[in-house]
Design a protein around this ligand. Structure first.
Ligand SMILES: [Zn+2]
Length: 138
């Protein structure tokens, strides 16, 4: 069920998970989750890709409950809804520069998190009004 969402992103990138595979977890999204992933791509991922002009490596998109437990995700993680994505540009220096550009761009989001000194970036949307929260997790 691979499907191109935009020129730069396939649906598959947001749900295929080596961890799920390893533990025999079926992380296939349902139609609601699929729609959420599409809106995530259209509202933040593709705009970020366009802003930065370089490929984004998706570490984690949608997580079904079993997968979220496996990766020790937060209970109410937006990953559970297909509304969050962890990505990297390849290293901390690039991630930090990207993070600052995203903040400066005025892009609308619910949460933008610098995870562990820019090891990766988390961006999330919400089904409630966006908080536009910017966090740094150490
Ligand atoms: Zn995340």
């Amino acid at each position: 069920m691979n499907m191109k969402i935009t020129n730069n992103f396939d649906l598959e990138e947001f749900w295929v998970s080596p961890t799920a595979k390893k533990y025999g977890i079926d992380n296939t999204p349902n139609a609601i989750i699929e729609a959420n992933i599409k809106s995530l791509v259209l509202s933040v991922m593709q705009p970020i890709r366009d802003l930065l002009g370089v490929p984004l490596i998706i570490n984690s998109g949608y997580r079904c409950p079993a997968l979220n437990v496996k990766v020790k995700g937060a209970d109410k993680s937006k990953h559970l809804l297909g509304l969050a994505c962890d990505f990297t540009l390849g290293n901390r220096v690039k991630n930090e520069a990207a993070f600052k550009k995203i903040v400066a761009s005025g892009l609308n989001f619910d949460q933008l998190i610098d995870e562990y000194d820019y090891s990766w970036i988390h961006i999330g949307l919400s089904t409630t009004p966006y908080r536009k929260q910017i966090l740094h997790l150490k």
